[in-house]
Design a protein around this ligand. Structure first.
Ligand code: SF4
Length: 453
């Protein structure tokens, strides 16, 4: 499993606390630094091919010029096929790459996903991704209500999202995932009414787009209206019939505009009852349309589970490349790159400044051996998980999935809390596996908290 973090966005969405920046003039340097990171970490990269997935996330990866994306994908493929990045760069002429017309020479990933935003999807772009071997697209739609989208400060409207889906389908994508968000109150208000006097105007996170649609005062929307909006979102997504749907409850992320609005009393989240009702409607509607829920937030048509994300829940090893990306050795070592594009470029962009890394140091003789560079550079940090951390992580990840986890893997001292939760119906035991029943998945976090020591 290989993950690349592309940390650039054109503007920031109201609810988002992910690390990303708007300085797109740095994308070229970022790409060069990524090539260097791939080279430095090639030994560990080669250990992360089961499952064989490549996932480009962000940020907004659809802002990445396809020629640069192709260069990085070809470099990774070269490394996986036993070449070095410098061989690859020298023989191809760095920065001179162009889409060659097919995916020849590109490692055949079982699943190669790129996240896209609807406003970036053109026919040309979609076809270029196909030629690069991308076989799955994940598109952040979030809602099919224009006013909700404006409130979220998304850069697209509902019709644009539907059109982007059509373009992806006509380009030949047979595996498309769409994201939706529920559990928010869009404080519906005409954009024109809220353009002035917005206390968040001038906030560093608020783009020109997000200045519009913000309420001056919080006036909650009725529960009936919120249910109606959500019903409409579900109706529309079922008509499109993507192979995969991820639906997340909106949170108050630290550093987000929404988090700031909530702490200053200008936004109130809808009640837990309303969010639970929306979640239940989601489960019922998608089940009736033939979707299978396989994780708290994920639904797919049969055989279309996300292979890459499922690997995270199984604790498979993965490498994360780019600023802020995390890596895991599949056992107890975790590392992460600092979420700072400038520091990332400063460290990886100038190869002469880097200490040498023993080639082929893929053993487990220390953090640098496991991850390729950890401990050698100031841009990475890491931790070694304790037995307790591993147990907590295993339970938290597995119980969010409908497959659950084998009872036998749990230590004896948890038996009392397991019995209690079984007796109240918060857990079920089937075929030797503990699971949270579908009608309680919405409160899975509190069930898991009760279970863990
Ligand atoms: S949700 Fe919006 S701000 Fe956050 S990463 Fe996606 S496009 Fe960027």
């Amino acid at each position: 499993m290989i993950y690349i973090h592309f940390p650039f966005c054109k503007s920031f969405c109201t609810y988002c606390g992910f690390y990303s920046v708007r300085e797109r003039d740095k994308i070229g340097k970022y790409t060069e630094s990524l090539l260097r990171e791939i080279d430095l970490r090639k030994a560990f990269l080669c250990q992360c091919t089961r499952p064989s997935t490549l996932y480009i996330g962000g940020g907004t990866p659809s802002l990445w010029p396809v020629e640069q994306l192709e260069e990085v994908v070809r470099a990774i493929s070269a490394v996986l096929q036993g070449e070095t990045v410098s061989d690859y760069v020298n023989s191809n002429g760095h920065s001179g790459s162009t889409i060659s017309g097919d995916a020849a020479g590109i490692f055949p990933f079982a699943e190669f996903t790129v996240e896209v935003n609807p406003d970036d999807v053109t026919e040309e772009y979609a076809l270029a991704l196909r030629r690069l071997g991308v076989n799955r697209v994940s598109m952040g739609v979030q809602s099919f209500c224009d006013r909700s989208l404006r409130w979220m400060a998304r850069r697209h409207g509902a019709a644009e999202a539907v059109e982007a889906f059509r373009v992806l389908r006509s380009a030949g994508f047979g595996n498309i995932s769409l994201d939706l968000i529920f559990g928010y109150d869009p404080v519906l208000q005409d954009a024109a009414d809220s353009a002035d006097g917005n206390v968040l105007a001038g906030h560093p996170c608020v783009s020109e787009f997000s200045d519009r649609g913000m309420a001056r005062e919080f006036h909650g929307t009725s529960d009936e209206e919120l249910m109606r909006l959500w019903d409409n979102d579900l109706e529309t997504i079922m008509r499109l019939r993507p192979e995969h749907i991820s639906a997340y409850q909106m949170g108050l992320d630290e550093g987000s505009v929404l988090g700031e609005m909530a702490s200053s009393g200008r936004y109130r989240e809808p009640s837990d009852e309303l969010c639970a009702a929306q979640y239940s409607l989601l489960q019922r509607r998608l089940a009736s349309a033939g979707y299978v829920q396989y994780e708290v937030s994920n639904f797919s048509l049969p055989g279309r589970r996300a292979v890459h994300n499922s690997g995270y829940w199984d604790r498979s090893p993965y490498i994360g490349l780019g600023p802020g990306a995390h890596s895991f050795d599949g056992d107890r070592r975790r590392s992460w790159n600092v979420p700072d594009v400038d520091r990332y470029i400063a460290a990886f962009g100038d190869s002469a400044a880097l200490p040498p890394v023993a080639s082929g140091s893929s053993g487990d003789s220390g953090a640098s051996g496991s991850f390729g560079f950890l401990g050698l550079l100031s841009v990475a940090s890491g931790e070694v998980l304790t037995e307790e951390d591993i147990l907590t992580e295993t339970v938290m990840l597995a119980l969010r999935t409908v497959d659950g986890l084998p009872l036998l893997r749990l230590p004896r001292f948890m038996q009392a809390s397991i019995d209690r939760l079984l007796s109240t119906g918060s857990l079920i035991l089937r075929d030797g596996r503990l699971r949270i029943p579908p009608d309680r998945l919405f409160i899975s976090d509190s069930i898991i908290r009760e279970l863990l020591p």
